[in-house]
Design a protein around this ligand. Structure first.
Ligand SMILES: [Zn+2]
Length: 691
């Protein structure tokens, strides 16, 4: 055992070292294969010795199942935004204010590229990553620890020594250009719409509930500031960043200390060119006073610190001719317009498309000219390096073409459309719309639902396009259409040297066989997955599991009243209502009965062995706040192992609330309902230590 412990610890240190070399310093010392071998060895050893798994092991970056949602957390120190300037003169004004406030004592600036990513804060308690959160409104953000843990450049445990008891690091999560482009190529190869820009895609990614998919995207993080720090102090920001670097937190190599505002302005001018070559998008620089003591004296207004200012490069604009408008249909049927334009150069790239956001925007653009028309001259802007957008109609075209109008039918299925609740978007309301059917089928086959091997996004699209599949149940009839499936043509990409060659090939016998076997196998999935795969509003994977465990059969769920559904822990009124509406509808009934007739399993197997003697047998627990010893997944697994149930929300049926640091609304609710509240230590002492 001690041998295994020793090897595990050594492997972890080695992997951390290589992660840091690769992700933070970009100088890998071993090949990917060698790295994978180390990682696999660690995984194997941990599988043999599960008691040695700790939250900060590199194998634990990705959670096994989707997370349920995000809790609000209050920031110990508010995350203020920074005031903007756009010209050197404005920078000199800022400098005058500083000089006056500091009564002409010497001071220096520290200048950083302003990364166009998503602000986040990382909190390390005793050197371990305890919390990661979004900026939110600056005072309260969302706890996205599980998602930030998947970013490999963020250490789960600080390196070196002498770290403060509490270290809060502010920074920017972003999607490096290369990784972003690579991901988009995969999306295009799969027939998906590429993401428009890294920043918005990063926001979406960090709010995803599927940690595995986040890990696959290769996001990165760079620190740019400090939050709460307990047990250390720094004279200057430069010192702070040096310390961060020693502790393994990624910092930028492009930081510069400037002795005067003239130096700052020279740096700003030199950067206008260089910034396009960075691995992240940036639209400016952030200029801060270097001395922490001077910062304290300068203080903040209610919105901005007085010791910092951002310099933003002007957005690049160009005029071009609008050729036409595409309509894109999303998975919920939302139809968005996109401008097709005569190619134009913007920020060093050729731009052919620009966002029109929605039809309200189209109307606003054309308001002074009787509407927006094909052949009109428009002004396109690329602000903050994000996706170009049409900002103005400059002049009507000499030969005006068709007027751009909201579609009256869905461009994909020709079905009815309506304005959505907000009145801004137009939505296709035909439930049989191909665009929507495809998205639902992809979800159905997904790894966390029916997990059908061989049925990727490309094939789903082809099956729908060729009218081989319209509903979930149709998948199970594919075995009678084997020849048609084999004949499906797909693109195949082959790499030879640096070239990628694309050829069209038949799906063929072998792939079809594998696909049909995967489909057959999925019939045996437990009820929980079948329920999740049906994509009922508000019913995610974990809820589906609780519901399936409780009712045991689809028939029982379909027959349950809202009240009966709410007897299940974790099922609130909204979910119960949504389930009831689904099973009461003709299409809902049809859907599950067709699946049943196709031979799909509709029952839930009994869970594990008899746990009636286990310490938590029959007990329901809710965990909230930040714990010291466990992360959320660990403690939930532990609760299950001890025979209990871990639920996401507090109700009268909750037996215990385990409350960590910064527990929020769940703690209040538990107090209100008289639920017994345990600290982490009490929980361990009462139920774990006696094991
Ligand atoms: Zn449609």
């Amino acid at each position: 055992m001690s041998d295994a412990r020793h090897e595990i610890e050594t492997l972890r240190r080695e992997i951390e070292e290589h992660d840091s070399l690769y992700y933070t310093k970009a100088v890998p010392r071993i090949s990917d294969q060698q790295y994978d071998a180390l990682f696999q060895r660690l995984k194997d050893l941990e599988a043999e010795h599960p008691e040695l798994i700790t939250a900060d092991s590199p194998t634990q970056r990705v959670g096994e199942r989707p997370i349920e949602g995000f809790e609000h957390v209050e920031h110990a120190v508010p995350m203020l935004s920074i005031d903007n300037t756009y010209t050197p003169d404005e920078l000199r004004e800022f400098d005058k204010r500083i000089a006056k406030a500091l009564q002409d004592e010497p001071y220096e600036y520290i200048v950083d590229p302003k990364i166009d990513g998503v602000s986040a804060t990382l909190r390390y308690a005793n050197g371990k990553l305890a919390l990661g959160a979004t900026r939110g409104d600056g005072r309260t953000g969302d706890d996205i620890t599980a998602n930030l843990r998947t970013i490999r450049s963020i250490p789960l445990k600080l390196r070196g020594s002498n770290w403060p008891d509490v270290l809060e690091v502010r920074g920017e999560a972003y999607w490096p250009r290369d990784a972003f482009n690579r991901h988009n190529e995969h999306r295009i190869a799969k027939g998906l719409e590429p993401f428009a820009n890294p920043r918005n895609a990063t926001t979406g990614t960090l709010k995803s509930l599927d940690t595995q998919s986040i890990a696959d995207r290769g996001l990165a993080f760079i620190a740019h500031g400090a939050g709460e720090i307990v047990g250390a102090s720094f004279a200057t920001a430069s010192e702070f960043f040096d310390a961060l670097s020693d502790w393994g937190i990624p910092t930028t190599i492009h930081q510069r200390v400037c002795a005067s505002i003239d130096d700052v302005i020279a740096f700003v001018e030199a950067w206008d060119e260089k910034r396009h070559a960075l691995e992240y998008e940036t639209d400016g620089l952030v200029i801060k006073i270097n001395s922490i003591e001077q910062r304290d004296r300068l203080g903040s207004t209610s919105r901005y610190p007085r010791w910092a200012i951002a310099y933003k490069y002007a957005a690049e604009q160009a005029e071009t001719v609008l050729i036409g408008v595409d309509y894109q249909v999303g998975k919920l049927g939302t139809i968005t317009p996109r401008a097709k334009m005569k190619p134009v150069q913007l920020s060093g790239t050729t731009v052919r498309h620009a966002s029109l956001h929605n039809f309200d925007q189209v109307e606003r653009l054309g308001a002074d000219h009787g509407g927006l028309h094909e052949n009109d001259v428009v002004l396109v802007e690329k602000a903050g390096e994000i996706i170009p957008q049409v900002v103005r109609l400059v002049s009507p075209g000499a030969k005006r073409g068709r007027k751009i109008e909201p579609p009256t039918r869905c461009p994909v299925c020709n079905g009815d459309v309506e304005k959505d609740e907000g009145g801004v978007y137009i939505r296709c309301i035909n439930p049989a719309c191909d665009a929507q059917i495809k998205e639902r089928l992809k979800y159905f086959c997904g790894r966390d639902q029916m997990d059908i091997e061989g049925l990727g996004d490309v094939i789903v699209e082809k099956l729908v396009d060729q009218e081989l599949v319209e509903s979930f149940a149709d998948l199970y009839a594919l075995k009678d259409k084997r020849e048609k499936v084999e004949a499906i043509e797909i693109e195949q990409q082959r790499k030879s040297g640096d070239d990628v060659k694309t050829s069209i090939v038949k799906f063929g016998e072998k792939r079809t066989q594998k696909l049909l076997e995967g489909i057959e196998r999925s019939k045996g999935q437990p009820l929980a997955r079948v329920l999740a795969a049906m994509n009922i509003r508000h019913v995610g994977g974990s809820s589906a599991e609780l519901i399936a465990d409780h009712f045991k059969s689809m028939e029982a769920i379909a027959a349950a009243t809202e009240e009966q559904l709410q007897e299940v822990d974790g099922v609130g009124p909204e979910m119960a209502k949504s389930l009831r509406a689904f099973f009461a509808s003709e299409s809902g009934q049809q859907l599950w009965q067709d699946l049943q007739n196709a031979g799909v399993n509709m029952t839930q197997p009994d869970t594990v062995a008899d746990t009636s003697n286990a310490p938590l047998a029959g007990k329901t627990l809710v965990v909230t706040g930040t714990l010291e010893q466990f992360d959320r997944k660990e403690i939930e697994t532990l609760i299950k192992r001890l025979g209990g149930k871990a639920s996401g929300s507090v109700s009268k049926k909750t037996d215990y609330l385990v409350a960590g640091e910064k527990a929020g609304s769940k703690l209040d609710k538990a107090k209100e309902l008289g639920v017994e509240i345990l600290t982490e230590a009490e929980f361990v002492e009462r139920f774990v230590s006696q094991q």
